[in-house]
Write a protein that binds this ligand. Structure first.
Ligand SMILES: [Zn+2]
Length: 492
């Protein structure tokens, strides 16, 4: 894995994680880049304007209706005309999310009916319900035990919480944003009272706030988590589908500095995925945040072991994206929205929980807009992978599907090595055969060359007689010698 490769797509400047108003707290995409505090200020302004407009509309409608009624004594059709106009305007209002007008005109009996509807729809199965109510009882008992250590303020805290829960029960037909605002107001009021009225020491305030959140949100959860009045569920499905479509993304493409071949690292990756999936099973926003923080710490460890040095923030976000892609956590958007709406805001604005949560929101935003460039791919490759025409795994045989366990990976690697060895051996044998043939050819060649030369220059042995005569002829004293003996035949 090339850890030094250029990171083109995924980079977030740390300042981008902060509130865009520059107050120094962590911002969040759900609050349009503001921190919880600034967002509420902005939201408040917008809402005040909306309420003002709604009032004006309501007043105008009433005026019109009265005028119409006054003149309708003679003309019968006028009233129904105005009424239909009113109905039309009311429908328009509904699409504008703010339900203030609806509140004015809604009969209180409808609210009750709706509440029952929600409860019914939210009841998945009797056994889960029973389990939830056991947990609610346990949390209540723990809360009361905890409050006992606060003596008199403890009773007041309990009363405030009860009052809040009762109020919320009567506000079920409000939009989720308005319910969220009630919760945020409650957190703020209680925190203020803890400090100023009940004089609880600062170190105990935070602990008390955590317990209060646990108590109220365990009870609120089934009404305000992924409510039907929102498009949270639709968003969940969209993210889930998107993550599934991106199943082919490899750590290399995201420049993730995590080497899963190191068993310790792969262990950390598995733990991080488990943590982020576990988030959905928690009911208290803070418990959900704790899962994100645990997951993030495992990621930091995985990077640290791989790189042999502490992880940087630049390493963290791509790795978090990778973990989210690998884990495809259930109801991701609902969980993020729920935390944003109902967590004690001071937890999201500062501290490590806030930091990791903001990063998770960023990771999801990145996943939604991940493109060829951010994955260091060409547009053609990206399109082909997205449409499933081909997969990068076919191109790189050494990358495995994310779900293959370590043992299988090792085995595949060994098999791969064996086949490489086999290939090499075959090559050696064929080289040796070639060498043998070359030697034979060489011997043959030499023999032939020698033969050719012998043929071209044959060995001639010339007759010696003439030469001897010549030697004799030069012998001047030849004639002094006796004549050679002549063979004679003897009779006898
Ligand atoms: Zn701010």
């Amino acid at each position: 894995m090339n850890l030094k490769s250029e990171r083109r797509g995924i980079h977030v400047d740390q300042s981008e994680l902060l509130c865009k108003k520059g107050c120094g707290y962590y911002g969040n995409p759900a609050w349009q880049g503001f921190c919880s505090k600034c967002w509420r200020e902005e939201y408040h302004k917008a809402r005040q304007k909306q309420i003002q407009e709604d009032w004006e509309l309501a007043e105008r409608l009433q005026r019109e209706e009265e005028e119409a009624y006054a003149s309708s004594q003679s003309t019968q059709g006028a009233q129904s005309l105005t009424f239909s106009k009113f109905e039309e305007k009311k429908t328009n209002e509904k699409t504008r999310k703010v339900t203030t007008v609806k509140k004015f005109f809604t009969a209180s009996s409808r609210a009750g009916a709706k509440k029952a509807e929600i409860q019914e729809a939210k009841a998945p199965s009797p056994s889960i319900n029973r389990q939830a109510s056991i947990e609610t009882d346990r949390v209540s008992k723990e809360f009361i035990e905890f409050l006992k250590t606060y003596h008199k303020p403890g009773q007041d805290i309990y009363k405030q919480c009860k009052l809040f829960l009762d109020t919320m029960n009567h506000k079920r037909d409000l939009s989720i944003e308005e319910q969220s605002e009630c919760a945020q107001d409650f957190y703020q009021n209680v925190a203020d009272k803890l400090q100023t009225r009940w004089k609880v020491p600062p170190e105990k305030v935070e602990k008390a706030m955590d317990q209060i959140e646990k108590y109220i949100m365990t009870r609120q959860y089934k009404y305000v988590f992924c409510p039907e009045t929102t498009d949270d569920e639709k968003k969940d499905l969209a993210v889930q589908k998107r993550i599934r479509a991106l199943h082919w993304v490899t750590p290399q493409m995201l420049c993730v500095p995590v080497n899963e071949e190191i068993p310790e690292v792969s262990d950390m990756v598995v733990k991080a995925i488990t943590d982020i999936i576990e988030m959905d099973s928690k009911r208290v926003p803070r418990d959900k945040l704790a899962c994100i923080t645990k997951c993030s710490k495992h990621i930091f460890n995985a990077i640290k072991i791989t790189k042999n040095e502490p992880a940087s923030a630049d390493d963290f976000l791509p790795t978090l994206i990778y973990i989210v892609l690998k884990g495809n956590p259930p109801r991701l958007q609902s969980n993020i929205q729920y935390i944003t709406r109902f967590c004690n805001p001071s937890r999201l604005m500062t501290g490590e929980d806030g930091y990791y949560f903001t990063n998770l929101c960023c990771a999801v935003a990145f996943i939604e807009k991940l493109d060829a460039q951010s994955l260091n791919l060409s547009q053609e490759d990206f399109d082909r992978f997205m449409t499933g025409q081909t997969s990068p795994k076919k191109q790189e045989s050494d990358s495995f599907s994310p779900d293959v366990c370590l043992g299988v990976k090792q085995m595949c690697k060994s098999l791969d090595l064996l086949s490489q060895l086999n290939e090499r051996q075959e090559r050696i044998v064929s080289e040796a055969k070639k060498l043998e043939k070359d030697l034979i050819d060489w011997t043959d060649g030499i023999t032939k060359e020698v033969e050719d030369i012998v043929e071209k220059y044959p060995l001639e042995i010339k007759p010696k007689s003439q030469a001897l005569a010549a030697i004799d002829s030069e012998n001047v004293e030849n004639d002094k010698l006796p004549p050679p003996l002549q063979p004679q035949v003897y009779a006898g």
